[in-house]
Design a protein around this ligand. Structure first.
Ligand code: DUC
Ligand code: ZN
Ligand code: ZN
Length: 477
């Protein structure tokens, strides 16, 4: 035993099968002051003990794409604020999130951040950082504000190629990619071709094709493929890494493969909805319940699902996030704005998934043999932490890391919305058979979920300043 080991240990997680992105080791984990201080066999008794009893133990999940408390145009409102959203995350094994602080056109990023900090303060029960959403790249933002914010720990920004109010043109994208290059930030890109979507939407609605399922027809794979290719090309021109978020389709996967084959530093993220839902979940007739699965990009078909699974298994994807963007189905503030069934262009985009992200991938990916458990850890914790400069404090189980830990319970579960802790009134995965759920989630050594109840505390989540991305070993990025 190391002579410098603080004794007694505050907590020992004993007899687990501890998994990191590279190893699977049967050992105990010793924790002091909320940090892991030792991994070893037969550690001395701790002040508190958790018996992992031979079960898998993985790093707390790092969900680097979720939307909480983001202001919307009334009556539309996101179902989850920082209190319900982080509670839900913790109960599904996630201990760090990076939601978005969205700049409004005419407003500053600094103002957006002040607003989002106030929304999180006193409410978050797990740790959090912020990505910026740059909607108004004026010279002041490009030359002064973004560089200052990157240095202050906001080292990633999302760029939208679609959505009124957010969409950037190619020149603006190039300017922002150049800023990312100069200051070492990570540019995240929402890749869909805006004008194509607008034209298709107009033709569909003019023909009276307004049911939720036509959302998928208004954003076919081609619009994602084209925008993905363009984003890759613009990043190549500037010579900067990018991360393409929520990749949904086999055609976008082809573009990522193309980029990798050219040796470009193009990273990709995907989400559970693109593995487990298809366009049929938006309705095979004009049933409005398909609105529950309206998100962008939309779910595709079984061959896209397979292409995404292949990409996850092979290491083509870097990050697996939830894109949690919850809107209630009933009531007036969500999928039925004002209490009415509306034409698909007016259905708020997004689905809940912050709590189900890890159990879905663990069950359908690891336990059904599609990905290894180390790959699961890499996709859900290690790489997200590296991509946004939070590693090795977050995203691994190693001495010096925060003691953010999940102990897995393998048992049959039928997923029901009533089991979940978000403020949304449905899950798109209702009735799905799972084979595991976290038995414990620990945040900095404190149990926040004990398999039955949320026992975290709003306000206990800490704001994290992100360093520069560290996905590429050979360079500072
Ligand atoms: N698409 C996004 O780009 N963001 C939130 C939800 C969605 O469906
Ligand atoms: Zn997006
Ligand atoms: Zn999103």
């Amino acid at each position: 035993m190391s002579p410098h080991l603080p004794l007694p240990l505050e907590l020992v997680v004993r007899n687990g099968v501890v998994v990191t992105a590279s190893d699977t080791i049967r050992c105990d984990i010793g924790v002091c002051n909320g940090r892991i201080v030792i991994l070893g066999e037969n550690l001395p008794r701790g002040e508190r003990e958790i018996d992992a009893a031979g079960r898998f133990v993985t790093p707390g999940g790092v969900d680097t794409h979720c939307h909480l408390a983001q202001p919307m145009t009334p009556p539309i409102r996101l179902a989850d604020d920082f209190e319900s959203g982080t509670r839900s995350a913790a109960c599904g094994g996630t201990t760090t999130i990076i939601p978005f602080a969205e700049q409004k056109r005419g407003g500053t990023l600094t103002h957006a951040l002040e607003d989002y900090h106030a929304r999180a303060e006193g409410r978050a029960s797990i740790d959090y950082a912020f990505h910026l959403i740059v909607a108004d790249p004026a010279q002041e933002a490009l030359n002064e504000e973004i560089p200052r914010l990157v240095a202050q720990g906001y080292s990633s920004f999302k760029l939208y190629m679609t959505y009124p109010g957010l969409r950037l043109d190619d020149r603006q994208l190039l300017e922002l990619l150049a800023v990312a290059k100069k200051h070492g930030a990570m540019a995240m890109v929402h890749a869909e071709n805006s004008d194509s979507i607008a034209r298709l939407t107009e033709s569909l609605t003019a023909a009276g094709l307004t049911a939720p399922r036509f959302h998928a027809a208004s954003r076919p794979m081609l619009v994602e493929r084209e925008a993905t290719h363009r984003a890759i090309s613009l990043a190549e021109l500037v010579d900067v890494p990018i991360l393409i978020v929520h990749v949904s389709s086999s055609e976008a996967v082809e573009q990522i493969r193309y980029a990798r084959a050219r040796g470009l530093k193009v990273f990709a993220e995907t989400c559970p909805q693109y593995l487990l839902l298809t366009a049929e979940d938006l309705g095979i007739d004009d049933d409005y319940s398909g609105a529950k699965c309206v998100c962008s990009p939309p779910p595709r078909d079984s061959s896209s699902q397979q292409a995404i699974w292949n990409g996850l298994a092979e290491g083509l994807f870097t990050v697996f996030s939830s894109d949690h963007s919850p809107f209630v189905f009933d009531g007036t503030s969500g999928k039925r704005p004002g209490g009415k069934e509306v034409a698909f262009p007016y259905i708020p985009n997004g689905i809940p998934g912050i709590e189900t992200r890890l159990p879905l991938l663990f069950s359908k990916g690891v336990l059904e043999g599609r990905i290894t458990i180390s790959r699961f850890v890499e996709l859900t914790a290690t790489n997200p932490a590296k991509a946004y400069g939070l590693y090795p404090r977050k995203g691994t189980i190693a001495p010096g890391a925060d003691a953010d830990i999940v102990v897995w319970d393998e048992r049959p579960i039928v997923l029901r919305n009533e089991m979940l802790h978000h403020a949304c009134d449905y899950t798109p995965y209702e009735g799905m058979a799972l084979s595991a759920w976290p038995a414990y989630t620990l945040l900095r050594g404190e149990v926040v979920w004990d398999g039955l109840e949320f026992i975290g505390r709003p306000g206990n989540g800490r704001f994290l300043r992100c360093g520069l991305p560290a996905l590429l070993p050979q360079s500072r990025r």
